[in-house]
Design a protein around this ligand. Structure first.
Ligand code: ZN
Length: 594
């Protein structure tokens, strides 16, 4: 560790990876799990509310301690994956926890069955804290199969869909792509070639796109086989589990209903012209009559070369959060003061960025490899939003109420990005700085809300085709992709021919047991834009409601969260509020371009 290393202090969780207290924690967790099995397995179906309460509280003791140890092992490893003690600990703990959660799988099933048969328990006053947790379990019950059937599904997936997933990621990680980088021919890995997609040099961007998608297209048959089998398999599972639709499993996991998602996607469909207007303005700025697909997320030509060191970024983040509300900024300040942030780039450190909640410490830890750019600040502000969310709900909720569905998990993080955006815009020295900030926001939101919607439609089209007895060959799948892509982009983009293979590289389509990984991104993005618009309209009145929602964790459904603000997420009007914020940025961008 160098003098300037910005590293987190994990010793508040455990003194070190080899400290004897780790063995003690493991013993405690193991015993707690054994006790749960001995005391409860096979006995839950006759439980009264009082006994159920005791069970949930016992379970939570196990969860708090096991998540504490799991967090320490994961974070120690993420900070430097080359240290043998960290590797050993992470391996030991992740195996232990996987084993124990298998052992304890009966809890969810038996508790679900109990409240399914005795729904009155859900409204029992003594179980008030667990009301929504129990509601969610009950919703899963009609789709559960017998123990043997569930085991068979796991076994079939292990060498079925997991095999396809492995093949897809192996393919990406073992190919070499020939890209011309600023005039020089280079042989690159997928990761390195992919990193060139937003390169400032247009010819480089074009070459990277061409190289990646040409090679993917060449092996298009392979990805076609994978997707055809995965989709057919999912249709069988949907029938076996008696889901109403291919999407229902993901709706249950996201604690939401079909009507809401229909309203959301309909609003996006009707608003794509606003995104297109931005793309046309961007073409103008780039001096082009029309953007090519490799220009969509290109940097602007006159982007100011401003660097922000970590101290400056910290100042901006604290100022943006404090400007919203002094009290709201407490988590952000605490994260810096208590050294909960690992920000230095370092050999062996996990790439990317994340924030993990630390339930036992009512806090969080976050990791990024900070670079002195605008994107570094945005990542910092984003992860600090997650941390703020964690600070609020770990103070108010028991651990079973901290399972936040994907569609609302990004609430405080995207909100934090918007707070930073407003601050940066108010401090910008000239139009080019403003343009750089706004185009960053619109590029990101355009992808998350609009482009991802095309992926949700695309996925549905494939299921519909299979159900209609159609055969999914490469051409059929590619046509579904280009059709839905064009539904968003219209004719404002020139696509390279090879881009019809774009669907092949999205890992989400190959994930076992989780279809429709896409629309939650759309929801998350537009939901927060709608809330931010509400905040601008209501001012200070909005703030306590926002804090209440963050503190609720998963004890409230996304629909109830909307109701806190007097909003109805099932209504397309709600989603138009989010579009309004997006349009505001496009209008500001337009003023600056003209
Ligand atoms: Zn996030």
């Amino acid at each position: 560790m160098t003098k300037h290393d910005i590293a987190w202090d994990l010793s508040v969780i455990f003194p070190s990876a080899t400290d004897p207290s780790i063995d003690k924690a493991i013993d405690f967790i193991q015993k707690a799990a054994d006790d749960l099995v001995a005391n409860y397995q096979g006995k839950i179906s006759k439980f009264s509310s009082k006994k159920l309460l005791k069970l949930l509280q016992d379970y939570e003791v196990y969860l708090v301690e096991s998540s504490n140890l799991g967090l320490f092992a994961r974070l120690t490893f993420a900070g430097n994956m080359t240290v043998p003690e960290s590797q050993k600990l992470n391996d030991r703990v992740s195996k232990l926890l996987a084993n124990l959660s298998k052992k304890l799988a009966f809890l969810r099933l038996e508790i679900g069955q109990l409240v399914y048969e005795k729904p009155e328990l859900i409204n029992d006053k003594i179980l008030a804290n667990y009301k929504h947790y129990l509601e969610r379990l009950k919703r899963e019950v009609p789709h559960q199969l017998s123990e043997v059937e569930e085991q068979l599904i796991i076994e079939k997936d292990q060498f079925g869909i997991r095999g396809w997933q492995q093949l897809q990621s192996k393919w990406l990680n073992t190919r070499i792509f020939d890209v011309v980088v600023e005039g020089e021919k280079m042989a690159l890995s997928y990761g390195d070639a992919n990193a060139l997609l937003p390169h400032p040099d247009r010819a480089t961007r074009k070459s990277a796109n061409q190289a990646i998608y040409e090679l993917l297209k060449k092996d298009g048959e392979l990805f076609t086989s994978a997707l055809r089998n995965i989709n057919n398999d999912w249709i069988n599972i949907t029938k076996r589990r008696k889901y109403e639709s291919e999407m229902q499993a993901s709706l249950i996991a996201n604690d939401i209903d079909q009507k809401t998602i229909d309203s959301l996607l309909k609003t996006i469909d009707e608003s794509s012209h606003i995104y297109r207007r931005y793309l046309q303005l961007k073409a103008k700025l780039l001096g082009l009559s029309k953007l090519a697909n490799y220009d969509i997320v290109a940097p602007l030509p006159n982007a100011p070369d401003i660097t922000y060191n970590f101290e400056k970024a910290k100042e901006i983040a604290i100022a943006a959060y404090s400007k919203f509300d002094e009290e709201y900024a407490f988590a952000t300040k605490d994260m810096f003061e208590k050294k909960r942030i690992d920000a230095s780039a370092r050999f062996g450190k996990r790439s990317g960025a994340f924030c993990s909640s630390w339930y036992k410490g009512q806090s969080a830890f976050m990791l990024q490899s900070y670079n002195d750019s605008l994107s570094g600040i945005y990542t910092l502000a984003h992860e600090l939003g997650h941390a703020t969310h964690d600070y609020y709900f770990t103070r108010e909720q028991t651990i079973l109420n901290t399972r936040i569905p994907m569609i609302v998990a990004e609430t405080a993080s995207i909100f934090g990005e918007l707070l930073v955006t407003d601050l940066l815009l108010s401090q910008a020295q000239n139009d080019n700085e403003k343009l750089a900030v706004i185009s960053r926001v619109l590029d990101g939101a355009g992808m998350a809300a609009f482009q991802v919607t095309a992926r949700a439609w695309f996925e549905q089209d494939m299921y519909d085709a299979v159900k209609n007895g159609e055969f999914l060959d490469y051409e059929t799948i590619s046509n579904f992709w280009t059709k839905n892509r064009d539904r968003i982009y219209g004719d404002v983009i020139d696509w390279l021919d090879v881009m019809d293979s774009e669907w092949t590289m999205k890992g989400h389509y190959y994930i076992p047991n989780f279809r429709f990984y896409n629309y939650p991104y759309v929801y998350g993005q537009l939901f927060v834009y709608a809330l931010y618009q509400k905040y601008l309209e209501e001012g200070k009145e909005f703030i306590p409601k926002f804090k209440k929602v963050l503190a609720a964790g998963s004890s409230m459904s996304p629909k109830e969260i909307g109701e806190v603000f007097g909003l109805d997420v099932t209504d397309p009007e709600f989603w138009k509020l989010g579009i309004k914020r997006f349009e505001y940025f496009v209008n500001e961008f337009e003023k600056l371009v003209k």
